[in-house]
Ligand binder design. Sequence first.
Ligand SMILES: Nc1ncnc2c1ncn2[C@@H]1O[C@H](COP(=O)(O)OP(=O)(O)OP(=O)(O)O)[C@@H](O)[C@H]1O
Length: 255
Amino acid sequence: MEQQQMTKKMEVKGISKTFYNKNSYFTAIENVSFDVKDGEFLVILGPGRCGKTVLLNIIAGLEEKTEGAVIYNGKEISGVNPEVGMVFQKLALMPFKTVLQNVELGMKFRGVPKAERHEVARRYIDLVGLKGFENSYPTQLSGGMKQRVGIARAYANDPKVLIMDEPFGQLDAQTRYSMQNEILRIWEQEKRTVVFVTNNIEEACYLGDRIILLSDCPAKVKEIYNIEIPRPRNMVSKEFMDLRAKISDNTDLAI
Ligand SMILES: Nc1ncnc2c1ncn2[C@@H]1O[C@H](COP(=O)(O)OP(=O)(O)OP(=O)(O)O)[C@@H](O)[C@H]1O
């Protein structure tokens, strides 16, 4: 009920992407359409190499589309959307910069004064649970901690929509589970729209308000699921396992 009242933040309309090489072409995405509602936790679930990253890059304006449109707050966007932030699986933290400097970097590029960017960076470092590690270097941190830095860095740039591309794909199972809970806590606290990409059905069912299920290549929207299970979700409850089985039966590949 609450979801139906949410306004549209973004509309992805009929997006297709074909890569042309000298003698061949390859269609990665075919006629993909869905809405992103303001404030929701939207999950895009699809098999590996099915075009998820290409789709995210198009949504963020980092990649050209072959067809279709991305509407943001009612207006068609071309080029980079400055209100969209990204968290990647491979974070590319600057190795010779501290946690604080890494989190501040985007603000520094935008010319935010030093005192203000220190304050904002510290607030997000606290939010992701890294208080006390401001002066540590990336090599001194675990995988989960590095992802926390990436999340703090993205939030510090004040995005209205945060896109996360398989951010926990390289973490061990236990760290992944704790980061899933962390990201939900931060999302509930910050109240920003999240578009989260994964190839893991369980993760999708645990996190999402809705799941956009993509087909194998070329990526098409196979089904959209509204998830009504209240949080915190219990992964071994009957309703959770039923949902998981329903989605699993509908996927093209074992993902
Ligand atoms: N610049 C490019 N030129 C040609 N093909 C490309 C280009 N970029 C991506 N592709 C192809 O598009 C397909 C989708 O790639 P993409 O990285 O979006 O998949 P993905 O779903 O994010 O995969 P994964 O789950 O492994 O991260 C792949 O087969 C890839 O080889």
